[in-house]
Design a protein around this ligand. Structure first.
Ligand code: ZN
Length: 350
């Protein structure tokens, strides 16, 4: 049994190609019974109409306040969080932790361009242990918890998750197409609250005063009915009084998850709560739980395994060999013949 392997995002051309291929072929089987690409377990909504509506609603809207002194973004990620939960088989606590990270990453990626992407990693001493989330300029978000389920001794009583994080670090890596090297900023996990820790990261590592509100609403049965996030950043020309007032307003906002359950209109929400700062909307784009892993990528990783491990797999199986992508939990299956072929290509004389 080998662990799930991390899959690197494919190169540019492949990325676009798969974006086009994606719509009709999720879960399609190719010869040999290998799943082609990421498979979503279940799309949000029962009917096609519901799915299309949910898909249309999952968007990120960018805006400015006070003539550009404040930049902001608001995201509805209800469908994204539901699909994330389905694929990773998450309970309520796990959905809350990883879902907030997805919403936060989606917001952080709001100003990326082209093939830029961002990767967020939390490592901590509490039962959560760690998580990784990536987002790109297309509004695609993927990522995983280090532990599922999160081992806890008693049921969660409120939405304060800090005891489950404990002490740790938050790292944010930006892969920008115009710079040769990725840039990583790292701060301590000060609050054990993703919204506050993301804000702390911006302030400490990028010298930008920022505030986040990340919200996931569950119904009585534990189903996610709304998930949304809001981010505000003060530009250098924002005065302290404005920044303080906005931070205060953001802390007192009604639950975004609740509003978006309804289904509320994110632009109207901004107008209602920040109207005195003359909001101006700059644009919007979709957000989606999406991973560009594929069988070929996994096959390449198997090819790179140490020869002993490859031999062990070949001898012990079991076949088909199942390997899951960490980021989206899609299983990929490889037949004994396929593994033998990989082994034979690499070591033709063994
Ligand atoms: Zn994947």
């Amino acid at each position: 049994m080998i662990p799930a392997l991390l899959v690197d995002p494919p190169a540019d051309g492949q990325h676009r190609f798969q974006r086009r291929m994606r719509s009709g072929d999720t879960g399609k089987k190719t010869t040999g019974g290998i799943l082609d690409t990421m498979k979503k377990k279940r799309r949000y909504g029962d009917s096609l109409k519901e799915q299309l509506l949910a898909s249309a609603r999952d968007r990120l809207h960018r805006f400015i306040l006070a003539g550009g002194a404040i930049r902001g973004a608001i995201v509805n990620g209800t469908r994204m969080v539901n699909e994330m939960r389905e694929n990773h088989d998450l309970g309520i606590l796990e959905t809350l932790v990883l879902g907030r990270a997805y919403l936060g990453a989606g917001l952080m990626a709001g100003d990326l361009k082209g093939d830029d992407r961002i990767s967020i990693r939390i490592e901590c001493s509490g039962p959560i242990k760690g998580l990784t989330v990536e987002a790109n300029a297309f509004g695609e978000v993927r990522g995983f918890l280090d532990r599922v389920p999160i081992p806890i001794e008693k049921p969660v009583e409120n939405f304060d998750l800090s005891p489950f994080f404990g002490a740790g670090f938050l790292s944010v890596t930006r892969y920008l197409q115009n710079s040769k090297q990725p840039f990583t900023g790292r701060v301590i996990l000060k609050y054990g609250n993703i919204a506050q820790d993301f804000a702390y990261y911006y302030f400490t590592s990028e010298q930008i005063p920022a505030a986040f509100n990340l919200s996931i609403k569950f119904d009585r049965k534990g189903a996610v009915t709304g998930a949304g996030g809001l981010m505000l950043q003060a530009m250098p020309d924002a005065d302290d009084a404005t920044a303080a007032d906005l931070e205060d307003r953001l802390a007192r906002l009604p639950s975004l998850g609740n509003i978006l359950s309804d289904p509320g209109d994110p632009q109207a929400f901004i107008q209602d709560h920040f109207g005195t700062y003359a909001p101006r909307f700059l644009g919007n784009h979709r957000v989606e739980f999406m991973c560009h892993c594929n069988a070929q990528g996994l096959r390449n990783l198997i090819t790179l395994l140490p020869i002993d491990e490859l031999k062990d797999i070949l001898e012990k199986g079991p076949f088909p060999l199942e390997i899951r992508c960490h980021f989206c939990n899609t299983p990929y299956r490889f037949s004994e013949t396929a593994i033998r072929r990989i082994y034979g290509k690499r070591y033709p004389h063994n």
